[in-house]
Design a protein around this ligand. Structure first.
Ligand code: FAD
Length: 149
C-alpha cells in the first residue's frame, strides 16, 4: 500500500463564509476518517492550501472531486509525494483559518520563517507550502491549541 501526500492551493470563492467552511469540514472529516486520510486545510482570505495524506488511489480520487468543487477555483497541484510517514497524523482534516487564528505579528513571523511573502497560490512552491503547513501543524499541536480545537 503506497502512501502519498498531495498538496494543492486554490482560490476560495469570495463569498465563502463560516457556514460553507463548516460544511466542508464536516463532510471532509466524515469521508477522510472512513478512508484513513489525514491532512490540513488552511484558509486565508481568498485562498486555500490543503495537504491530503493517505492511500494513493483514495487521495487521487478525492483530489479530483475536490478540484471540481465550486466553492473554490483554479486548484494548482503543488506536490504529490510518496511518503514513509504522515506529517498530519491524528487529524482527519485540521482546518486552520489563518487570519483569525493568529495575530498579525505571529503571522508575519511564520511567513518570514517559511520565506513566504503571501499565501498566494501563484507564488507558492511545493517546498514552501509544505514547510508552511508543517509550521502550522506544530503550532496547532501545542497543548493550548488542542484545548480550543
Ligand atoms: P456532493 O456532496 O454530492 O455534491 C455534488 C457537487 O457539488 C460536488 O462537486 C461538490 O463539490 C459540490 N458541492 C457540494 N456542496 C456544495 C456547496 N455548498 N456549494 C457549492 N458546491 C457544492 N471532501 C472530503 O471528503 N475530504 C476533504 O478533505 C475535502 N476537502 C475540501 C477542501 C476544499 C477547499 C473544498 C472546497 C472542498 C473539500 N471537500 C472535501 C469537499 C469535496 O469537494 C466534496 O464536496 C465532498 O467530497 C463531497 O463530494 P460528492 O461528490 O459526494 O459531492
Amino acid at each position: 500500500m503506497e502512501l502519498i501526500r498531495l498538496i494543492y492551493a486554490s482560490g476560495a470563492r469570495p463569498d465563502i463564509g463560516y457556514d460553507a467552511l463548516t460544511d466542508i469540514l464536516v463532510s471532509a472529516g466524515e469521508f477522510n476518517r472512513a478512508n484513513d486520510i489525514t491532512g490540513m486545510l488552511c484558509y486565508s482570505n481568498d485562498a486555500f492550501l490543503q495537504a491530503l495524506e493517505g492511500r494513493r488511489s483514495v487521495v487521487s480520487r478525492l483530489y479530483h472531486r475536490i478540484a471540481a468543487d465550486a466553492r473554490h477555483s483554479d486548484p494548482q497541484l503543488l506536490s504529490c509525494t510518496v511518503i514513509e510517514e504522515r506529517a498530519f497524523s491524528g487529524w482527519s482534516m485540521r482546518l486552520v483559518s489563518w487570519d483569525d487564528r493568529f495575530t498579525a505579528r505571529r503571522r508575519a513571523e511564520v511567513m518570514r520563517e517559511c520565506g513566504l511573502a503571501a499565501l498566494d497560490p501563484d507564488q507558492l512552491t511545493s517546498e514552501k507550502a509544505f514547510a508552511f503547513l508543517q509550521v502550522l501543524a506544530a503550532l496547532e499541536r501545542r497543548p493550548e491549541c488542542q484545548a480550543v480545537a
